[in-house]
Design a protein around this ligand. Sequence first.
Ligand code: 5AD
Ligand code: SF4
Length: 465
Amino acid sequence: MKRYFIHTFGCQMNVNDSLRMSEVLAKLSYTPTPTPDDADLIILNTCAIREKAEDKMLSALGRYKPVKLSRGALIGVGGCVAQQEKDRLIKKVPYVDFVFGPDNIAKLPEIISRVEQERERVVETAFVDSEEYVFPRANAETSRGKITEFVTVMKGCDNVCSFCVVPHTRGREVSRAFPDVLTEVADLARVGVREVTLIGQNVNSYKGGISFAQLLLRTVEVPGIERVRFTTSHPHDLSDELIDAFRTQPKIAPHFHLPVQSGADRILKMMRRDYTVEQYLERLEKLRAARPGIAVTTDIIVGFPGETDEEFELTMKLTEQVRYENQFSFIYSPRPKTGAALREKDWGSVPHEVKIARLERLQKLQRKICGEITAAQVGLEVEVLVEGHSKYDAAKRFGRTPENRTVNFDGDAPAGALVKVLVERATPNQLMGRQTVVVMAPTVMPPPAEALAGVQPDRFPLVEA
Ligand code: 5AD
Ligand code: SF4
């Protein structure tokens, strides 16, 4: 038996792709190992969204080089940097054995065999950005032991945001046919999954045979599924039909990630976001009327080329006004071949120290808002879907509220149960309390998911300098 280790960078799409890689490798009789040091195969599943993500990948590659030298481990690079750099990566890093794009995961057996048998260095980065693309079906056994799981509903992105590399690395939008999505959800429910998050770069423009709102409504009907989430959305595709689904179906979890990117109309225009702040707020108002108390999170870029102090103040003002549940905020990072990178000289770069100062102010404001929102939960009873034990204290339980707030609490309910927790304390990032009632016991008691042992996520922290 050979051992593999996958290091995952970036978004949920990558986390999910790493699971699919682990399934392909299992068929080749590879087993997962939790440390790279005894691996025979190391795969880096990379992200290209910001320069920092690429730097992180290069430094990880450097750390794995000794494993190659000492054990002859194969090193492969997949994901978005692989798609972007293609054979340049092989030339740049002499100890990388193969490079493969996100659409080439199913080809891993062939790629590995070419590397092993023919001693070739392989680059497979062909795109399939048409309806011919076959979405790899998840093996539900990979998720046994998990309570919440991601399900891919589409790939690629047809938007033209001037800062974004995704259309270059993931290609055009292709939706997964809805019966395929629902079958995967049902398979997951059978192994104990009770919450699914439907994922794609722009799920609201889903076109897999029914609308995205209809897909959500069908997903909650799958026996065993208690909550449905989704990410990520573009404000211009937030339809009235989707807002209505929030009004009528309580199992669609009251959390909406709606990236605004900036609070200034001129910057939004340069970003080619296709909405004004006023239009964004109008959508949000409708959503909040349909589902009072819905938690809204967002993404913000500070220091976009040409962003003035006044324009940054508008982002601060919007943050105050919306009172986001949370924000993922980033400093602008020019990406190869993107519109903004090509025009940065004309628009004017924001100096690095100004970007950092803006980011710090914004994050400080958001932390204050997070603290106020969680403090307001103290004394209330909240519903929690139990995911397991707390990572801070194995004697405590961990789960999330419908709004996706994390809760660590005293209690005895098993993973998969829905319980009520009385909130006794709060920090800006979590609620703490004690279990009062078990609302619903779990339907299945799954054993731990060993298949996950070799898949190490390296997700971005909520906020990043
Ligand atoms: N620089 C900084 N942040 C970026 N994002 C996307 N591209 C860039 C970039 N070039 C952010 C956006 C997006 C999130 C996933 O990453 O806010 O919504
Ligand atoms: Fe995900 Fe985008 Fe990063 Fe690719 S570049 S891993 S799609 S966040």
